[in-house]
Design a protein around this ligand. Structure first.
Ligand code: ADP
Ligand code: ADP
Length: 226
């Protein structure tokens, strides 16, 4: 059970930019939630603060019943997938997927078994021995998701995960992401500046502006309001 509760959260960069400004938000357990808004409104900073990659200047982030505001990223049970997938180029797909388990000292056979099972579920079974440079954009994206899933996080944070894909792959990836999220029932927050993407994917949407939430609701509520 891991919803995300954000209470009075501010993230101020050392140069004084208040990228997240006294923000309150409840993301429900198992929800596929979109953060939408123009470039520079604070979406990525909010995601990074939930992940612990940026420190909160004020307020709290809770995941499930645990306040994680002062925990390091590795103790938050979150997995973050970036725009550029951030796969390790020198490792195979299998090694990439198993990496979070290796870091945690999980036994090698369990690492391998998890990599094979997760890759199979994401139609990557035939590509386990390839390196990221030998994969298409969509395959790289799936491998990055597989790595996040194999890490058995409670919360999946996606920063414009589909933006580097061409239009056809993006549609395919949307369908896939939605199916995966439903199967895993993983609380998922994804950042996008694309209204159509938020509309197609999200259970609920928060529209951000200048570090705050301007609108919050289901796609229907957000887009059909007069
Ligand atoms: P978005 O993801 O919506 O494009 P960001 O969270 O990247 O927005 O940025 C929010 C604001 O914080 C912007 O004004 C941006 O210039 C600023 N910002 C982002 N990263 C940094 C940083 N590392 N140092 C200083 N300011 C930053
Ligand atoms: P995005 O909009 O996708 O978040 P950007 O191109 O705005 O990406 O930012 C790329 C990188 O530059 C990020 O690591 C971000 O933290 C950093 N950055 C963005 N704005 C600033 C800023 N005003 N000062 C310092 N670093 C920044």
């Amino acid at each position: 059970m891991a919803g995300i509760t954000i209470a009075g959260l501010s993230t101020v960069y050392p140069n004084g930019v208040r990228a997240v400004d006294a923000l309150d938000l409840d993301i429900l357990d198992g929800e596929l939630f979109a953060l939408l808004g123009p470039s520079g409104c604070g979406k990525t900073t909010l995601l990074r603060t939930i992940a612990g990659l940026e420190g909160a200047s004020a307020g709290d982030v809770s995941i499930g019943s645990r306040v994680v505001t002062r925990l390091p990223p590795g103790d938050r049970r979150v997995a973050m997938v970036f725009q550029d997938y951030a796969l390790f180029p020198h490792m195979t797909v299998a090694e990439n997927i198993a990496y979070p388990l290796r870091v945690r000292g999980v036994a090698k056979p369990v690492q391998q078994e998890t990599a094979v099972r997760t890759a199979g579920g994401l139609s990557l079974g035939a590509l386990l021995d390839r390196r990221p440079g030998q994969l298409s954009g969509g395959q790289q994206q799936r491998a990055a998701l597989a790595r996040a899933v194999a890490a058995s996080a409670e919360v999946l944070l996606l920063d414009e995960p589909l933006s580097n894909l061409d239009a056809r792959l993006r549609l395919e990836a949307r369908t896939f992401l939605k199916k995966l999220q439903r199967e895993l029932e993983l609380t998922t927050v994804f950042v996008t500046h694309d209204q159509a993407e938020a509309l197609a994917l999200a259970d609920r949407i928060a529209v951000m502006d200048a570090g705050r939430i301007r609108q919050l609701g289901t796609p229907r509520e957000v887009f059909q309001r007069p």
